[in-house]
Design a protein around this ligand. Structure first.
Ligand code: PGA
Length: 258
């Protein structure tokens, strides 16, 4: 069993004070948790502060985005070196809001993934189909295109350290999660594609998280699926109670597996 990874994507929410408090609650609430990776991804302006709250704990700090270039005339962007300097070890790349609200293309996301690995930052690479794509039966096709284009040119040893997040766009922030069967079907497909391109060992080491309206009451069932290795949580990560409940679900699953 791969070590589950539960990551909170705070998106553009919270004040600085609320960010510090939430980070403190996650730090304290995960003290006895072993066998599960827990991470938070605050807005970039709060990263340094949140890092100072998390320092010394095992909670992972991730950014929500980064640019592929090191520096230059890219107004409004932050570089990999910058997020590293304020304590990030991880970064979310290719989130559907970046793709569909801000027009990020597969090739931009590929550049970001390459840069992240060059800098030693661990990407959480997001992909997922839109509602009309699911309804027209092209889910697998979309996933395959996003996966192949996103990973183009990456070394197999980088791919083996990757975290992928399958987030169907129609399930994000809608309260309508994919069923565990729907999610497993796509996760299994992603695993099979990885195996085809990179072999058994690489495909078996990639963690594939599910994201999209994850809540404490659907986390257990989602995590029970063989190819779901963790969760990327938006709305429910903004309250420590619900986020910690989801983390406990993963912890229970790890405990019951031994
Ligand atoms: P949600 O967001 O849990 O609020 O649906 C998930 C995400 O976008 O990462």
């Amino acid at each position: 069993m791969l070590r589950p990874f539960i990551a909170g994507n705070w998106k553009m929410n919270l004040t600085l004070k609320e960010s510090r408090e939430l980070a403190g609650s996650v730090r304290d609430g995960t003290e006895g948790i072993t066998g599960v990776d827990v991470g938070v991804c605050p807005p970039s302006v709060f990263l340094e502060d949140v890092y100072s709250v998390l320092e010394g704990s095992s909670v992972i700090l991730g950014a929500q985005n980064m640019h592929w270039e090191d520096k230059g005339a890219f107004t409004g962007e932050v570089s990999g070196d910058m997020i590293k300097e304020v304590g990030c070890t991880h970064v979310i790349l290719g989130h559907s809001e970046r793709r569909h609200v801000f027009g990020e293309t597969d090739s931009m996301i590929n550049s970001k993934l390459r840069t992240a690995f060059t800098k030693g930052i661990m990407p959480i690479f997001c992909l997922g189909e839109r509602l009309e794509e699911r309804e027209s039966g092209s889910t697998f096709e979309v996933i395959e295109r996003q996966l192949r284009a996103g990973l183009a040119g990456l070394r197999p040893e980088d791919v083996s350290r990757l975290t992928i997040a399958y987030e169907p766009v129609w399930a994000i922030g809608t309260g309508k999660n994919a069923t565990s069967t729907q999610a497993q079907e796509v996760h299994g497909r992603i695993r099979a594609l990885l195996k085809e391109s990179y072999g058994e060992d690489v495909s078996a080491s990639v963690r594939i998280l599910y994201g999209g309206s994850v809540k404490p009451d659907n986390a257990v069932e989602l995590l029970a699926q063989p190819d779901i290795n963790g969760l990327l949580v938006g709305g429910a990560s903004l309250k420590s109670d619900s986020f910690l409940e989801i983390i406990s679900a993963a912890f229970e699953q790890v405990r019951s597996a031994v």
